[in-house]
Structure formats: structure tokens, C-alpha cells
Design a protein around this ligand. Structure first.
Ligand code: ADP
Ligand code: MG
Length: 466
């Protein structure tokens, strides 16, 4: 189980001086729920919305015990996951909102011993101060036709920077792996050449930094920092649109580094020639080396990426589940991952079984077209599947076929739309909740014992668009 220290203490961190005072006064005033809500409000701006919904929204501040704000999470898997991926963000938010008064600890409703949030110590000379994510390596990058050329170019640059392909420009649509590939070059060089100065930055951050430097009269420091790198990884240069001062700065930076034989790699969401208002002299520089593109992955590649990512989290994703997700999400790899994370979270509440139904549920939350699943669709699809009419399902007939169709419809209302027993009873001709419950367990039982039936239900779920 992950431990979460809070290095927060009363001397505090100067950064949070202002909030610290504020935080301390509200500690005495606030209830655990309200305090945690404030931390959550803060976190909302720090973590991606999908991650927030999945991992943070289902948590609640429940108690203050000694110096701890105890936060309840659905199960121990959440404790691990939050501890592994969000501990720094939570710690930062905690400092900022609670000041030094309270530390944060997670516990499950079953009352297992709470785990205290401890952010990892920052290490010097590693990916930490180059702003690279350790996960983005060539080893974790699935190579396929859609990206093989780009990947080969990136590898060549990582093997001999500053020689053949300088600059390298990688372009491709959102979520196709530009940032991953860009950082893989950096991570490779950090490993292969200790002391090699690698710096990664999104163009947007570069812009903010430049503005701050101009305002505080420290542009010399800014220039020095960037001009002393051996490898500059500049992400999302399409952001340069309309930013004249930034374009100017990058133009000179580029010339400087290039002149010294230092490697530069850019990414963009479109070919640089298509970036409007990019100064001609800059766009010709950016495109002067090798330009490679990333295409959307085909089905097999999407399956391979899903399986590899799941394996990296310690899950064996069954082929049919991977195939199911990969068929539904076709273009964006980030969306594939979002779905996988959601399934893993659902599975954690469900005895860790990764099934197509869980995938259907996860996708329902993520895909707009899936959100349109409605009661009518379920009823009409089930009716069609059993060769009966929707009216018969809602009616009183008790033939075997109608009864089974009715039970399946109730089961799908419950599992695909999460309707209450009462609502379901109302939809199926005013049955009471014990009848509904009996039907649900009947279907569950049948699914376990009769594989043809199980297959039929799976196909219904897929057909309905879950
Ligand atoms: P972009 O920068 O193009 O928007 P990212 O590099 O952020 O896309 O990729 C989105 C997500 O998809 C990342 O988590 C990344 O690890 C993953 N990803 C993209 N391409 C691959 C690939 N070929 N193999 C494994 N994971 C990938
Ligand atoms: Mg990116």
C-alpha cells in the first residue's frame, strides 16, 4: 500500500505562506467534508478531468483525527492508485488549502489502517529536473505501421543527437503519441549519456516563462538556460501562432543551438507550413531537418497499446475486452488510455475482473454516442433478440420466451443504465422490487451456467452500444 507522507509542517513552505494562514483559520471552522472539498476544488485544476472523475470524485473527507484529515475511498485499490499517481498533486493541494495544520490520510470504508500521503523525494540529476515523465520511453512505445517511420527517426536522433536529423519535427493529431516519442528521446539520452543536458518544455510554458523573464528583467537568465542545453525538446509548436515575441526568441534560440550542433526536436499538431502566421524564416528553420508524421493507429495497434498499458499497471487485459475497446475508440490513443483507466477503476470495485460489460460501462461515461443509450433502445433490442414485442415485455404474458426477455431487459436496465429497482419495476408493467431482484439474480445465474445465454447477453450489450 502506498504511503503518503506529508512533509507539511508548521514552519511551512514559503510558497504557501499566504494560504497557510488562511488554511489554519479554516481548519478550525471547517468540517472534514468541507475541508476535503476545498482540497478537491484545488485538485480539480491540477489533474485531468477524466482522472479527477474516476479517482477523486468518489472520495469524501470523513474525520479529523489527531493531525490527520481522514479521507474515505471506495477500496484499497484507490489508496494504491492515488498514492502512486497523484500523491504529489494531493500533497501540494493539501499544503495549499490546509496549510501545516493537517496531513491527509486515506482509508477505506471497511476501516483498514489509513495510508498517509507521502510524495516521493525529488531527485537531482534525473528526469525530475528535465521535466520528463519516466513512463515515456521507447520501451513502452508500441511500434506499428502508423508510427514506424517517426519512431525510427526518433531512435536515430536518440542514438546520435545533433548529427543527421537536426531539427527533427514530429507532427500528428491529438493523442497520437507526439509527446511520448519526444520524451522517449530525452529519457534515452539521459540514460545513455550521463551529464547530457536535456530539457523538455511545451511551447506554452516557454511562452509563460518568457513573459515572466521580460517582466522581471531576467531575460539573460532565460536565454542562458535554454542556450546551454544539449537537447531541447519543444512540444506543441503550433502554440506559436500569433506569438510574435516568442517566435522571435525561438528563431534565435534555434540558430544558436543549431550552430553549436545541439539537437532540437519539435512537435506540432500539423505541418509547420500550415501553422498560420508563423514567420516564414522560422517555419523554414523548423522544417529544415527531417519531418515525420504520426498516423492514427489501426485496430491491431490499438489492441496492442491497450494490452501493453494494462500490463504496465499489472493487469492482464483479456483479448475480447481489448478488442471491444479498440473497436469503439478508433482515433485517439489518449482516449483509449482514459477508457482503460476507467475500466481498471470499475474492476477494482468489482473484484478485479476485466470484462466487456465493464468496458461497456466505462465507455458509456466516456463516449457521447454511447451516452445516448436509452430505455427505448434496450427494450426494442431485447424484444427483437427474443422475437417478442416491447408491449409484450411490458405486459402480463408469462410464456417462457416473454418472461426471459423481460428478465433480460430488467438486467440491462440495471447494468447499463443503473436504474433503481423501483424504476425498473415501473418500466416493466409495474412489477414490485422483489420481482425485479429475483429477475436480476436469475439472469446472473444463467449467465454463469449457460454460455450460449451469456454470449447472447454480451452481444445485446454491444448491439445496444454499451
Ligand atoms: P500527443 O502528444 O500526440 O497528443 P501523447 O504523446 O500525449 O499524444 O500520447 C497520448 C497517450 O497515448 C500517452 O499516454 C502515450 O503514452 C500513449 N501512446 C501514444 N502512442 C503510443 C504508442 N505507440 N504506444 C504506447 N502508448 C502510446
Ligand atoms: Mg502532446
Amino acid at each position: 500500500m502506498s504511503r503518503v507522507e506529508s512533509s507539511v509542517d508548521n514552519q511551512g513552505d514559503q510558497r504557501f505562506g499566504g494560504e497557510l494562514k488562511q488554511g489554519l483559520s479554516s481548519v478550525s471552522a471547517g468540517s472534514p467534508a468541507a475541508l476535503w472539498q476545498k482540497v478537491l476544488d484545488h485538485l480539480k485544476n491540477q489533474v485531468p478531468p477524466e482522472a479527477f472523475e474516476t479517482w477523486l470524485a468518489p472520495t469524501a473527507g470523513v474525520e479529523i483525527q489527531n493531525d490527520f484529515l481522514l479521507v474515505e475511498v471506495p477500496n484499497t485499490f484507490f489508496v494504491d492508485w492515488l498514492g502512486q499517481y497523484y500523491v504529489s498533486a494531493i500533497d501540494d493541494a493539501g499544503r495549499s488549502v490546509l496549510g501545516g495544520g493537517l496531513k491527509i490520510a486515506f482509508r477505506t470504508a471497511s476501516g483498514a489502517a489509513p495510508a498517509v500521503v507521502t510524495p516521493p523525494r525529488k531527485r537531482v540529476g534525473t528526469a525530475e529536473n528535465t521535466r520528463l515523465r519516466e513512463r515515456y520511453t521507447f520501451q513502452t512505445y508500441v511500434v506499428a505501421e502508423c508510427n514506424s517511420f517517426a519512431c525510427a527517426a526518433a531512435r536515430a536522433v536518440a542514438e546520435s543527437p545533433g548529427t543527421k536529423y537536426n531539427p527533427l519535427l514530429i507532427y500528428g493529431g491529438v493523442g497520437l503519441g507526439k509527446t511520448h516519442l519526444l520524451q522517449a528521446i530525452g529519457n534515452h539520452l539521459l540514460q545513455a549519456r550521463p551529464g547530457f543536458r536535456v530539457y523538455y518544455t511545451p511551447a506554452e510554458s516557454l511562452f509563460t516563462e518568457l513573459i515572466t523573464a521580460i517582466e522581471s528583467g531576467s531575460t539573460m537568465d532565460f536565454k542562458h538556460k535554454y542556450r546551454s542545453q544539449d537537447l531541447l525538446l519543444l512540444d506543441d509548436v503550433h502554440y506559436l501562432v500569433g506569438k510574435e515575441s516568442l517566435q522571435e526568441e525561438i528563431f534565435h534560440l534555434f540558430n544558436h543551438l543549431h550552430g553549436l550542433g545541439r539537437q532540437i526536436v519539435f512537435t506540432s499538431d500539423r505541418p509547420v507550413r500550415e501553422i498560420p502566421t508563423l514567420q516564414e524564416r522560422l517555419s523554414s528553420r523548423l522544417a529544415s531537418g527531417l519531418v515525420v508524421d504520426l498516423q492514427p493507429p489501426d485496430l491491431e495497434t490499438r489492441v496492442a497499446i491497450l494490452k501493453r498499458n494494462a500490463a504496465a499497471e499489472g493487469f492482464d487485459l483479456p483479448q475480447d475486452v481489448a478488442l471491444y475497446i479498440a473497436t469503439k475508440i478508433t482515433s485517439n490513443i489518449r482516449a483509449l488510455e482514459g477508457c482503460l483507466i476507467r475500466i481498471i477503476a470499475l474492476a477494482s470495485m468489482n473484484g478485479y475482473k476485466l470484462t466487456t460489460e465493464l468496458a461497456a460501462k466505462a465507455l458509456k461515461d466516456l463516449l457521447p454516442q454511447a451516452a445516448s443509450i436509452n430505455r427505448e433502445t434496450i427494450l426494442s433490442q431485447v424484444a427483437a433478440c427474443y422475437g417478442v414485442t416491447p408491449a409484450e415485455i411490458r405486459g402480463r404474458a408469462r410464456t417462457q420466451r416473454v418472461t426471459l426477455a423481460r428478465q433480460v431487459a430488467m438486467y440491462l436496465y440495471r447494468n447499463m443504465l443503473e436504474l433503481s429497482l423501483k424504476e425498473i419495476g415501473g418500466l416493466i408493467g409495474g412489477k414490485d422490487h422483489t420481482t425485479v431482484m429475483h429477475s436480476l439474480s436469475k439472469v446472473e445465474e444463467l449467465r454463469k451456467t449457460n454460455s450460449d445465454f451469456d454470449e447472447k447477453v454480451k452481444q445485446l450489450i454491444v448491439g445496444i452500444g454499451g
